[in-house]
Write a protein that binds this ligand. Structure first.
Ligand SMILES: [Ca+2]
Ligand SMILES: [Ca+2]
Ligand SMILES: [Ca+2]
Ligand SMILES: [Ca+2]
Length: 239
């Protein structure tokens, strides 16, 4: 009886297919990104935008200089998990009365952010439904900024890491986190992912196009084919 072996192989293949695509550690090597040197991510499924040393939301962005620079934003949806990474000069402790903002998720791109992900504080990594947001204090067009209420759905690990990279005299920070994409109903339409700091001196907006993850099917395909072939052969030898 060699069925258990095939089931072990099948389980192993499924394990490979659902293994974590990104490591939430505040490092960008798993995205294939070296900030300020190589911005293009290695995975074609990853959505991204880069605005290092400028900003599309306002002619003077980043207002106040490098420390406010929101530099690049990434999002990749793998299976039931959405991974997010942000590169910025803005410190996790904030700067000059401004604090880091939270990620806004506008599923139907109507300007209302139905979900949000906390980047700092005791609920860091918290996924909120119907969040209550603050308005960016200096540049209100950069809103929404910070989550101050709403329904907490889940908390997953999220890292706001000061990297060893220095650019224009300021350290580069990486915010890296994930949330359960399925808990949003696994939408298939493009949505808007947003980040700014509480003053709104710079911001990033990323259009994310969720695409079905082909890796699962490619990996499962041979396993299922082998299982099917084996069960057929087994039926044949029984007769
Ligand atoms: Ca990482
Ligand atoms: Ca910069
Ligand atoms: Ca920028
Ligand atoms: Ca919306």
């Amino acid at each position: 009886m060699r069925y258990p072996l095939f089931f072990l192989i099948l389980v192993a293949l499924m394990g490979l297919a659902t293994a974590d695509a990104y490591v939430i550690n505040g490092l960008m090597d798993d995205w294939g990104v070296q900030p300020h040197i190589q911005w293009v991510p290695s995975m074609s499924s990853a959505n991204w935008i880069e605005e290092d040393n400028w900003g599309s939301g306002h002619s003077n962005f980043p207002s106040g200089g490098e420390i406010y620079d929101a530099e690049a934003l990434y999002c990749d949806i793998v299976g039931n998990t959405a991974y997010i990474a942000l590169v910025t000069s803005f410190p996790n402790m904030g700067y000059d009365y401004s604090l880091p903002g939270d990620f806004g998720i506008d599923l139907d791109r109507d300007g209302i952010y139905e979900y949000g992900l906390k980047t700092t504080g005791s609920h860091q990594g918290g996924l909120y439904a119907n969040p209550i947001w603050t308005t960016a204090s200096t540049y209100s067009l950069s809103s929404p900024a910070r989550i101050i209420g709403g329904t907490l759905l889940d908390i997953q690990p999220l890292v706001y890491n000061q990297s060893s990279i220095v650019e224009n005299g300021f350290p580069t920070y990486i915010i890296e986190g994930s949330f359960n994409w399925a808990s949003l109903g696994t939408p298939v339409q493009p949505f808007n992912l947003h980040w700014t700091m509480s003053c709104g001196n710079d911001m990033l907006d990323l259009t994310v196009q969720p695409v079905p993850e082909p890796g699962t099917l490619f990996l499962l395909g041979p396993g299922l084919a082998a299982l099917w072939g084996f069960s057929r052969r087994r039926k044949g030898t029984k007769k």
